[in-house]
Design a binder for this molecule. Sequence first.
Ligand code: HEM
Length: 491
Amino acid sequence: MLGTLILLWVGFWLLLFLFRTRRPKNFPPGPWPVPIFGNLLQLNLANPIKDLGKLSERYGKVFSLYFGERPAVVLNGLQAMKEAMVIRAVDFAGRPLGMMVTHLGDGKGIVMADYSPSWKEHRRFALMTLRNFGLGKKSLEDRILEEISYVTTLLERSDGKSINPQILFHKAASNIICSILFGNRYEHDDEFLQRLLKIFREITTMVNGPWTMLYDTLPFLKYFQLPFKKTFENMEILKKIAADQIAQHKSTQVPEEPRDFIDCYLDEMEKRGEGFSLFNESQLIILCVELHIAGTDTISNTLLTAYLYLTTHPDVQARCQQEIDAVLGDRAHASFEDRHKMPYVQAMIHEVQRMANIIPLSVFHRTTKDTQLMGYNIPKGTLIIQNLTSVLYEESQWKFPHDFNPSNFLNEQGEFVKPEAFMPFSAGPRMCLGEGLARMELFLFLVTLLRRFQFVWPEDAGLPDYTPVFGVTVSPKPYSMGVRLRCLQTE
Ligand code: HEM
């Protein structure tokens, strides 16, 4: 008996020794990891933001964590973020390998593709194509305004009532991407759109959940029939939808007369010729899926946050409406150009984005070579986590770091200014590719709807709860808002 106990004891310490994590020399400090799990059990996985804040207070602006055996470095505050993402840009521009999100995209496309010639060229192509007039005859702005006009009609039917805007904004954001990618928008009760959104919801729920964390920490689990298999099946469905769209486009396309993103890509493939080109249909399929995912929740959750704050800060809403009315005169809706004449509205939108903090941990990066950061050594292949929350709420950077207050973006003369710490889209070579599109969508949505409607916090709704629901993209808790038509004289 004693012999068995001694053997077990020795075995336990031997295992600990074998699986112990070796910290590289001059690596950023951090909590001590346990074998196999690393620091995973020390974090509240349902929402690690507070834990990361506390760890930063203890270990500094740059600290380390272990996800299983995988070393990670967490960046906090503007200074660390700038040094990594802007000054040492390329060193920090990789994407992690061997995680679920990487496997879902087969390493193709842009979002999860590693730093490579293929990523670079696809990113350049997508940036060019997503400019206002990059998609052929119908501009980006026209596509957005078209969707907004449907939303306006739906909201007009709710005049005097309260609605939960969640599904409405979700469908609208997804439809704008459909119009950009496929040249088509769908009625909000269309089965295809509903099916698409259901699949997105299932994928994001899984990616935000503990199974994904386990998959990323214990890679051998991918060989088992566990719940994350469903995510891979869902991804196959999305790929099939994109492949069908591409096939349809090929049979109706007129070269050099693009109707949408897919046509632009097919033209680009033709231009580059077959053979060794980095542009091919399997890349296009992943690109369609990831642009759709990247451009849906981000926009709809930002809009939800905007109306949560606008309904509960009627003074801010009224001041925006004054400015909008003065600039638009008798026009019914705005154009994106009008933003230059609307400093307060611009400040409100940026403040919403700051508070919304939609992707609080950005998308994980990976170092592409051995490098340094704030005096520490960071070996090649280290997972990099940007704690964007720490910059968007950094006390030394904002006049009112913890309150919703558009003055954070206004100078003494009431002009719009954008502090360096405004980083909801991240920074550097990996910075959000959809920033231009997102800013156009948010401006046109907010201005057009505020022009037509008054939004109110329902009397029976109790006190507003601003606590966000954590995830890869953060969202406000579900809420209702009252819709009232404004009386306006427009053309
Ligand atoms: C309010 C809206 C949005 C926010 C706050 C946002 C934020 C972000 C963030 C934080 C990243 C990670 C950057 C990094 O890794 O350093 C990102 C990446 C990306 N976003 Fe957005 N995003 C938004 C909307 C969009 C839209 C509308 C699209 C396009 C349809 C889009 C497409 C992308 C793509 C393709 C990437 C990957 C860029 C790369 O890896 O090179 N995003 N976004």
